[in-house]
Design a protein around this ligand. Structure first.
Ligand SMILES: Cc1cc2nc3c(=O)[nH]c(=O)nc-3n(C[C@H](O)[C@H](O)[C@H](O)COP(=O)(O)O)c2cc1C
Length: 194
């Protein structure tokens, strides 16, 4: 079983990076093959709404997203990890998510040829933010939760972890309780993906 980690923060060694590593460690120790993608290292442009993919199932933009989508399709579970930037997810994570558009036809139904590799896929999200209000942290989780709800017969919710009150780079490393929660999220992803 393969679990993919997708990092939306540009800050390597930052809070969401540390928590994603912990989650992937949990998934690995539960028996999964794990892989991590750092979106900031890749060239992923935003969706141009040209609708070519509605017919072909492929984006016309020749950047790194095709290889990322291949990894998404090959994984049983995906753990996204992203800080809140201006009441939302980071631009890197948003560009990645918008490019999932290539999986859909003109009626916003998944292309048939992708369906076998989408059924039962677990989607989880870890998010951090500087604000002390957990509702702020949840803003970056919400779009993923809505996506899973909209595709309720296809995707499964793999869980979430929202961590408020973290701003200094890497400070989450001192919070054993939160690290343990991230580890458990990764472990759980493997259990529910079996
Ligand atoms: C451009 C930018 C926008 C941010 N916007 C918010 C925000 O709207 N709400 C908030 O609580 N924190 C905000 N933050 C703080 C980050 O969410 C916080 O520092 C987080 O720990 C960074 O995560 P990282 O270490 O994984 O990169 C922002 C930070 C940056 C750089």
């Amino acid at each position: 079983m393969k679990i993919l980690g997708v990092l939306g923060s540009p800050r390597r060694g930052g809070n969401s990076d540390i928590l994603l590593d912990e989650a992937l460690r949990g998934a690995s120790e539960a028996g999964a093959e794990v892989e991590k993608i750092v979106l900031d290292k890749l060239q992923i442009r935003g969706c141009r709404d040209c609708k070519s993919c509605n017919n072909t199932g492929r984006c016309i933009q020749e950047d790194d997203m095709q290889q990322v989508l291949d990894k998404v399709l090959q994984s049983q579970g995906i753990i996204h990890s992203c800080p809140v930037y201006f009441y939302s997810m980071t631009a890197q994570m948003k560009a990645y998510l918008d490019r999932w558009c290539a999986l859909y036809d003109e009626k916003w139904k998944f292309h048939n040829h992708y369906l076998p590799r989408l059924y039962g896929k677990n989607i989880a999200v870890i998010t951090v933010c500087g604000d002390s209000d957990i509702k702020m942290a949840e803003l970056a989780i919400d779009p993923f939760r809505k996506l899973v709800r909209a595709e309720t017969n296809i995707f499964k919710w793999g869980g979430s972890l929202a961590v408020p009150s973290v701003d200094v780079k890497g400070e989450v490393q001192q919070n054993q309780k939160v690290l343990e929660k991230a580890y458990q999220l990764g472990w759980q992803m493997v259990e529910i993906s079996k």
